[in-house]
Design a protein around this ligand. Structure first.
Ligand code: SAH
Length: 213
């Protein structure tokens, strides 16, 4: 089976799982996931599963990427902050649906590889930063949308502050290894409101930057 056939099957599977938003589905269709996985997993790039990447991290399951992207309700003029670049796959999908993606990662090596992929694929509206995502990206705040792709026991205060009024944040909340839920937080003039969307399992949001290269 070719990658194209596998990809079409995956898109159909996502649609059957309730991802009906054509913008989100076409963004997934346009990003070659095989470019973001380890070469020995490339034959599994279009299976609906999370896969290992370097540094013991994971590229999220396509369903979860689609679900979080949908939950963000992106518009073409929005600036989006992503915490946890990892392989860069989620950032690449977001880049097709918004004006600019600001993505933060605590491993330099992952960030460098993700940057190479963005360059190779001509995704020039993604900017990257090496740092601790708990602190967000204050120089570029506020953001209309924020997405966190690692689980935190609590929503980091700096990220709440950097969310624009009228903005939406999507973040998995819970202890690592335990049950976590994707939460959607909306900020209005009156404050923050949140709702629970989906039980998930993510790698943890870790304090500080990694000392390894
Ligand atoms: N969005 C990624 C998912 C990667 S897994 C993808 O599509 O591939 C989560 C990533 O979050 C890992 O790369 C991990 O190193 C990173 N991470 C964990 N804690 C972090 C922190 N405090 N700041 C920035 N990145 C963090």
């Amino acid at each position: 089976m070719t990658d194209d056939t596998r990809k079409i099957r995956l898109i159909m599977e996502l649609r059957q799982s309730g991802i009906t938003d054509t913008g989100v589905l076409s963004a997934l269709e346009r990003i070659p996931r095989e470019e973001f996985v380890l070469s020995n997993f490339s034959d599994q790039a279009y299976e609906n599963t999370a896969l290992p990447i370097e540094q013991g991290q994971t590229i999220s399951q396509p369903y979860v990427v689609a679900f979080m992207t949908r939950a963000l309700e992106l518009g073409p003029r929005m600036r989006v902050l992503e915490i946890g670049t990892g392989s860069g796959y989620q950032a690449a999908v977001l880049s097709k649906l918004c004006r600019r993606v600001y993505t933060v990662e605590r491993y330099r090596s992952l960030l460098r590889q993700a940057e190479e992929r963005f360059w190779k694929l001509g995704l020039h509206n993604i900017v990257t930063k090496f740092g601790d995502g708990h602190r967000g990206w204050p120089e570029q705040a506020p953001f209309e949308r924020i997405v966190v792709t690692a689980a935190a026991p609590e929503v980091p205060e700096a990220l709440k502050e950097q969310l624009a009024v009228g903005g939406v944040m999507v973040i998995p909340v819970g202890q690592s290894g335990a049950n976590q839920d994707i939460i959607r937080i909306c900020r209005s003039e009156e404050g923050y409101s949140s709702d629970r969307l989906l039980p998930v399992r993510f790698v943890p949001l870790v304090e500080g930057v990694a000392e390894t290269i």
